[in-house]
Design a protein around this ligand. Structure first.
Ligand code: IMP
Length: 203
């Protein structure tokens, strides 16, 4: 399926937006974000992602903004799943620290501190990032997954990326996502893989 209209990228995360813009540009697709589409944040948005799976949350987000705007909408739901924590924080990655009062780097710092505390007595530090990318247009819905494996390091490395990236050592890159350039991360990341799967299978 080809789409002439620009996609709406349904995220308010600066870090995700940077990466999604790059991935879509590489694929030759036009996109606008929520602030470019002049969609102001509302309290209702905070209650979209109430499901237990990445797929359901990504679809819920894409459905919500497609219903609001009528635009073909792309959303991702993603998170870090740590083997020795039974897959946690998973879909709760953004809210892991429980600090609803924080945002941006302060929230990332609180989440990373919680991760370090949870892993203090663990020896198995293997983990993966997972991403569900969902597209909702008129009468069509698609969702695809992407994953990337690695391990958690106990001291942060690098200042690129966002969220847990300085603590996520990619097996494929041999460096943390905090050390990798956006371009290097995009090639192998959960988000890059999920979006490319969506594009290759459906567009
Ligand atoms: P979402 O906005 O509900 O999808 O939550 C995503 C959360 O998972 C982010 O706030 C980060 O904590 C974490 N996360 C997902 N993808 C990444 C990534 O590529 N790098 C670092 N953290 C990520």
């Amino acid at each position: 399926m080809a789409s002439e209209a620009p996609f709406l990228i349904a995220t308010r995360s600066e870090g995700k937006l940077r990466e999604l813009n790059g991935i879509l540009a590489t694929a030759g697709l036009r996109a606008v974000n929520l602030s470019q589409a002049m969609i102001e944040p509302t309290a209702a948005e905070e209650h979209i992602e109430t499901f237990d799976t990445f797929e359901e949350n990504a679809l819920a987000k894409a459905r919500y903004f497609h219903a609001l705007t009528g635009m073909p909408t792309l959303a991702d739901d993603s998170g870090l799943c740590v083997d020795s924590l039974g897959g946690e924080p998973g879909v709760w990655s953004r809210r892991f620290s429980g600090r609803d009062d924080l945002s941006g780097q302060d929230l990332d710092d609180a989440n990373n501190a919680k991760l370090m505390a949870e892993l203090a007595d663990k020896t198995d530090l293997r983990a993966e990032y997972k991403c569900a990318a969902a597209f909702v247009g008129d009468g069509v819905e698609f969702v695809e997954m992407g994953e990337v494996r690695g391990e958690i390091v106990r001291s942060p490395r690098g200042e690129n990326g966002f969220g847990y990236d300085p603590y996520f050592l990619s097996s494929e890159l041999g460096m943390t996502f905090g050390e990798a350039t956006t371009e290097a991360k995009e090639l192998i990341s959960h988000r890059g893989r999920a979006i490319r799967a969506l594009i290759e299978k459906h567009f």
